[in-house]
Ligand binder design. Structure first.
Ligand SMILES: Nc1ncnc2c1ncn2[C@@H]1O[C@H](COP(=O)(O)OP(=O)(O)OP(=O)(O)O)[C@@H](O)[C@H]1O
Length: 293
């Protein structure tokens, strides 16, 4: 594990991770906005084999009524985490480390397989932008549709349309069906709609890279504005410069585990160093007990 100041940055081993309790934020006398305790998340891939007579008999004998899992994969392991009001968190880690999965868990897209997740406040996930868009509908109709999915009424969204057009520069294309938008135009619209709301907790996954260079600058500016208005922000990005610029606390993930938590400069420094010297493998741990019900 890379070295750093022991007073500020916490380096986690498995045993520390399991013994660390998540307590009330006594310093401020308030509950943290986000609390994760002993969280693990498992993906199960089901086989798509042909349904043979032999398999049918086996399933009857074994009294199985659902497909047999082909393989399972723990994308998150033993995560304990507290995020307080006003924190700007940047998450780093190599491909497949579990960063996006952690954001999806905080957005309640995935439930944990073990442990508890508490999120206090309205969450705006800039995660799968444009996921709810309909390519047959116009840009304008998609703005209203997406707003409805985020919980806004038609009237509330109509009041936001002008601002969205202003920001995206797509006013002239408002009546064009989305299927004729270029990928850059699509990304602009999705980003414009998703950032038009004022969330308490903002989750951003690699969204700083949308559109062309000029739009990326506008997007960053927009995120800065949102960051000023929201209570907590969590950014996942491989653009380390942006994380250094926008965040104060860093989390480093490796193979589904939180391996370090501390001031952003220290975490980024150690992470960059690790690309020259690989991160030691986390100690093998016992399978977490599954939550029932
Ligand atoms: N729905 C899923 N089903 C099965 N495995 C999944 C699923 N989603 C993610 N994974 C796996 O979980 C692991 C963590 O993925 P995740 O997308 O969270 O990584 P990441 O740190 O965001 O990576 P990157 O930097 O490449 O975006 C990967 O091995 C990925 O293949």
């Amino acid at each position: 594990m890379p070295r750093s100041s022991p007073t500020k940055t916490r380096w986690f081993s498995d045993s520390e991770g399991r013994s660390r309790g998540v307590r009330k934020d006594r310093a401020k006398g308030v509950d943290p906005l986000i609390e994760l305790r002993g969280v693990s998340l498992r993906f199960v891939n089901y086989s798509d084999k042909m349904y043979t007579l032999k398999r049918a008999v086996l399933e009857l004998v074994l009294r199985r009524d659902r497909p047999v899992p082909n393989s399972e994969f723990w994308a998150l392991r033993d995560i304990d985490l507290r995020i307080r009001h006003g924190e700007r968190i940047g998450i780093v880690g190599s491909n497949g480390a579990g960063k996006s999965t952690l954001l999806r868990l905080l957005a309640k897209i995935y439930p944990p397989s073990t442990g508890t997740v508490e999120v206090r406040g309205m969450v705006a996930p800039l995660i799968e932008m444009g996921a709810g868009f309909n390519p047959e509908l116009s840009g304008f109709d998609n703005i209203l549709l997406n707003g409805a999915m985020l919980g806004f009424t038609r009237k509330q969204m109509l009041a936001k349309v002008d601002g969205i057009h202003e920001f995206t520069g797509l006013r002239d294309f408002a009546d064009l069906p989305l299927k004729y938008y270029s990928s850059g135009m699509f990304a602009r619209l999705a980003f414009g709609v998703a950032t038009e709301i004022d969330p308490e907790i903002l989750l951003v996954d690699e969204s700083l890279g949308v559109g062309d260079a000029a739009f990326r600058e506008k997007a960053k500016e927009r995120i800065r504005g949102l960051m000023d208005r929201s209570h907590a922000v969590i950014l996942v990005s491989h653009e380390l410069g942006s994380l250094r610029e926008l965040c104060d606390r860093g989390l480093w993930m490796h193979k589904g585990r939180l391996v370090a938590d501390g001031p952003i400069d220290e975490i980024l420094g150690a992470y960059i160093e690790s690309t020259a010297t690989p991160v030691p493998e986390p100690e093998p741990a016992a399978e977490p007990a599954e939550v029932s019900g």
